[in-house]
Design a protein around this ligand. Structure first.
Ligand code: C2O
Length: 552
């Protein structure tokens, strides 16, 4: 292994999409940002220079950060932001992970444009052998969202009025909306391929607020990896991917190309979207077989017949149920069969009375917040990790995140609205001893517009041992858990109006963030802190803070 160095300049760049030009926050002037390529076992050093008059941080989404919490990146959880004109070098080692992850800004909504792929090449042979040698050197497919307006304003309005944010003006593939959007025919991603080969497609959902379906016309996709963990391969006509998730698939170019049919539409559109009115628009790109002369087909473009329609929960559920850990001798599934502790938490949107002399745009003249166990997470003003590491007694946070929902909840109950009123505000963390085998039951109790919340855990992968609709039943549901080959990931789609049970081994000492990866929900407080202790003295279990750690 070796040390890989990267330089990230966070800077403005003028970008035009949909015939709107605006300054966009970027890394190195690229939108989407540069791809990080490393090998398993490498030490990585990424120096981030902040060249704009805004604070910023960068998070390496899904990188385990074993005892290197200082490099994880969420603002006010593991570090204070990198101030204007300053720099900070993220230093960490890539341990026992391989595949596709990604990176993104972790400050306010900056990840709308500050994101890119993080690819970890394995030092071991690929554990699958399709009939053709695998072509792996094609760029990742990254989904995103584009707003014609200033994203900072979209976010500010949402926080002020407490209503759903303005939906984005386009979904994008590699920053390009594609020809179904106004003024965007030239802004279309085209991937050239050769016939008769098998390609490894690395797919990343970097959208802010929308879970997506993705399909390629006339081609099946074989899923081999999710969130940088190998899976039992399964072939599907489309995938579902939430913000935060990554999926590697094999695609075989088995069509017979000729000049009229050698361009195939690749399309992504929402499964469910958390913004209202629902945006059901579609971003498309093309897969172009080489040695054919045709240009992109003329409109109207036909969407792949295999692309599921919006709100196809049956498809989304079947897709998720097909995901299983590989569980081979080389890549065993390490799901804890027994647990030391269970935490049941609701995840929901809440209504709050509107402050007098203000307008609110939530529902019934009230405003939205979001919560876990009716606790809306308030971001502290300095970093929790510093506080924890230096054992500061500054009441920045409290370690009393409730183990169970404070109210009786009933997903189908009539008192839904009142159950979801009056969330409490605070900075609460769950603190557990090193090595705790932990189960979280995540229960969606949204009373309005139920959603498939993508819950992301920092610093740990977890196993999705169970999922279901309606209320979690502690006496029945655990009997149906998969403790043999459950999928391992860092972001789980909690079924709409249902629950997911995840298990993890809390073996990474430090302070971590757990939150919904729909950005609007994180902003409203659908988050919690998670501290893994190792003995009494954190200074012996986490590396000391780097000297260039940004001050608060
Ligand atoms: Cu992808 Cu807390 O983030």
């Amino acid at each position: 292994s070796s040390t890989k160095y990267f330089k990230f300049n966070v800077e403005w760049k003028s970008v035009t999409r949909l015939c709107h030009t605006k300054p966009v926050l970027t890394v190195n002037g690229k939108y989407p940002g540069p791809t990080i390529d490393v090998h398993e076992g490498d030490d990585v050093q990424i120096k981030v220079f902040n060249r704009v008059s805004r604070n910023t941080t960068i998070h390496w989404h899904g990188v385990r950060q074993v005892r290197t919490g200082w490099a994880d990146g969420p603002a006010y959880i593991t570090q204070c932001p990198i101030g204007a004109g300053s720099s900070y070098t993220y230093k960490f080692k890539v341990v026992d992970q391989r595949g596709t992850l990604w990176w993104h800004a972790h400050f306010l909504w900056q990840r709308a444009s500050v994101y890119g792929a993080f690819i970890i090449h394995s030092r071991m042979p690929f554990p699958f052998s399709p009939p053709n040698p695998i072509q792996r050197n094609i760029p990742p497919i990254i989904f995103g969202e584009w707003w014609n307006h200033d994203v900072e304003l979209v976010e500010k309005e949402m926080m002020l009025y407490g209503g759903g944010p303005n939906s984005s003006d386009a979904y994008t593939i590699n920053g390009l909306p594609g020809p179904l959007y106004p003024c965007s025919t030239k802004d279309t991603f085209i991937q050239t391929v050769e016939a008769g080969k098998t390609y490894l497609l690395r797919i990343i959902n970097a959208a802010l607020n929308d879970e997506l379906f993705f399909a390629v016309a006339n081609h099946n996709l074989t899923v081999v990896e999710i969130d940088a963990v190998y899976t039992k391969p399964f072939t599907t006509s489309a995938i579902m991917i939430t913000p935060g998730q990554t999926t590697n698939v094999l695609l075989t170019t088995d069509q017979v190309p000729h000049n009229s049919t050698s361009m195939f539409v690749m399309a992504a559109r929402p499964y469910l979207t958390s913004v209202f009115p629902f945006d059901n628009s579609t971003t498309i790109a093309f897969l172009k077989y080489k040695n054919t002369t045709n240009n992109p087909p003329m409109p109207p473009y036909t969407l792949p017949q295999n692309l599921p329609p919006m709100e196809d929960t049956l498809y989304a559920t079947q897709f998720s149920n097909n995901l299983k850990s590989l569980g081979s001798q080389d890549y065993p599934c390490r799901v804890p069969k027994k647990i030391d502790k269970q935490v049941v938490t609701t995840i929901s949107l809440n209504l709050q009375d509107c402050p007098s002399n203000q307008t609110c745009k939530g529902y019934l003249d009230k405003r939205f917040y979001a919560s876990m166990n009716n606790q809306s997470f308030l971001s502290p003003s300095t970093s929790i990790l510093e506080s924890h590491y230096h054992k500061l007694n500054n009441s920045l946070f409290t370690s009393d995140f409730p183990d169970n929902p404070p109210n009786v909840f009933n997903y189908t109950g009539v008192n839904h609205v009142t159950e979801n009123m009056n969330t409490k505000f605070g900075t609460k963390v769950l603190k557990v001893p090193f090595g705790t085998k932990l189960e979280f039951v995540l229960q969606d109790t949204n009373f309005l517009n139920p959603e498939n919340h993508p819950i992301h855990v920092h610093g740990h992968n977890f196993f999705i041992v169970g999922r279901g609709f309606g209320n979690f039943d502690a006496s029945k549901d655990p009997k149906g858990y998969n403790l043999v080959d459950p999928p391992e990931r860092n972001t789980v789609a909690v079924p709409v109006g249902g629950w997911a049970a995840i298990r993890l081994i809390a073996d990474n000492p430090g302070v971590w963030f757990i939150h919904c990866h729909l950005e609007e929900h994180t902003s409203w407080g659908l988050a919690m802190g998670f501290i893994v202790k190792d003995g009494e003295d954190p200074s012996q279990s986490v590396i000391p803070p780097p000297s260039d750690l940004p001050p608060c």
